[in-house]
Design a protein around this ligand. Structure first.
Ligand SMILES: Nc1ncnc2c1ncn2[C@@H]1O[C@H](COP(=O)(O)OP(=O)(O)OP(=O)(O)O)[C@@H](O)[C@H]1O
Ligand SMILES: [Mg+2]
Length: 354
């Protein structure tokens, strides 16, 4: 049950994955969590954490590479919290102009400054009873850091030009793709704010750490972009899917989503083949160059060198697929039994690899 898309493929669409007749992963609860698609161990851990923190008031910091779905995780926490009937307001920390900072966050009263022709609520007031999502906190200016720290500490704020102090009835969720600890060491991020925010950290894994989710995501986006663009692409060939699982996806799910949309629109119908993939994805399926190779005066033991390389490739494929041997065997283009034999021969175990 690790991978419903592959099962659908064998049951209904030999040689390709598809989703027709309501049988695809989009309809199976075990392969998704609300809108979030994924059934890898890494993603199941995230769902578990979300369940545990959602009904608390604790501040959560979501980290992970760009495009991994941090925004989706933040929303999932809000949607499952007691505050779900109230607003979810995003503050894009790097995008507020400095001169509007205070007014954007805390609002202003009429006449507070030239052009303030009416009272205007800020984000903290708009979010009353709900959640404030501080996105890209690594991009906060020094000024914004001070202002946010004060709200977190005192749970109060004043609109610009106003005399009334308002209570900040919000839950804070923050996200960043930056290494905040490094920013603290470099004195670019306040240490006191870091500790205020870092109550419950959640790290979303990159897509290459959970390539067993790729077939599910592919089937999901295939369905979505067919519908959106009035296309009739039926599926994707096994070779193309293998290449997609072998690719490193530096832009994570966002990159996969955009790649799928482009391919669905351009293809229109039939099935996606290896040659339909963007060049960089397609190339990933070839053997990676080993880098610089050296042979000393004494020569080299070719057998042990090749064995070492084989061991490294097997370990990498197992890591990428969360030790789902069927998937790892596919990545390496060998039979499952061959892979199992090699795992034994190299004495590899999950425990030892982590
Ligand atoms: N697990 C997932 N299932 C379905 N769609 C996903 C998943 N993860 C990400 N996406 C899609 O990928 C895109 C990027 O997701 P999101 O904006 O949440 O990422 P992010 O980690 O916040 O990225 P950034 O750091 O660049 O803001 C969105 O369009 C989202 O719909
Ligand atoms: Mg985001």
């Amino acid at each position: 049950m690790e991978n419903a898309a592959v099962r659908v493929k064998h049951a209904e669409f030999p040689g390709m994955i598809g989703y027709e007749r309501g049988t695809g992963p989009c309809c199976r609860d075990a392969t998704r969590y609300g809108d979030i698609i994924g059934n890898s161990r890494g993603m199941r851990e995230i769902y578990h954490l979300v369940e545990r923190v959602a009904d608390s008031e604790s501040t959560v910091v979501i980290t992970g590479e760009s495009g991994t779905g941090k925004g989706m995780v933040a929303r999932a926490i809000h949607n499952r919290s007691r505050r779900h009937d109230h607003p979810f307001i995003t503050i894009n920390c790097g995008a507020i102009p400095e001169n509007l900072l205070e007014s954007e966050l805390f609002g202003h009263v009429r006449g507070a400054f030239t052009g303030a022709s009416a009272n205007k609520p800020g984000k903290f007031e708009l979010a009353k009873g709900g959640t404030v999502f501080l996105d890209e906190i690594g991009d906060m200016s020094a000024n914004l850091q001070v202002k946010i720290l004060r709200v977190l500490e005192e749970r109060e704020f004043e609109p610009v030009g106003g005399s009334k102090t308002l209570h900040a009835d919000v839950r804070i969720i923050a996200a960043t793709h930056a290494d905040l600890e490094k920013l603290v060491r470099e004195k670019k991020f306040r240490e006191d704010l870091f500790y205020r925010l870092y109550v419950v950290p959640i790290k979303v894994p990159s897509l290459r750490e959970r390539s067993s989710d790729i077939p599910l995501l592919v089937a999901h986006f295939l369905r979505r972009f067919n519908k959106k663009n009035h296309r009739h692409v039926e599926g994707i060939s096994e070779e193309a899917l293998n290449a997609m699982q072998a690719y490193s996806w530096p832009g994570n799910v966002r990159e996969l989503r955009n790649t799928m949309e482009r391919m669905v629109v351009l293809k229109g119908k039939g099935r996606i083949e290896l040659h339909d993939l963007p060049h960089k994805v397609n190339n990933g399926s070839r053997v990676a160059p080993m880098g610089h190779v050296e042979i000393s005066e004494d020569g080299i033991d070719l057998n042990s060198a090749v064995t070492e390389y084989e061991r490294a490739l097997i370990l990498e494929s197992l890591k990428r697929t969360n030790w789902v041997k069927n998937q790892a065997a596919k990545l390496l283009q060998v039979n499952r039994t061959t892979l199992v034999e090699k795992i034994k021969r190299h004495k590899l175990s999950e425990l030892q690899a982590s």
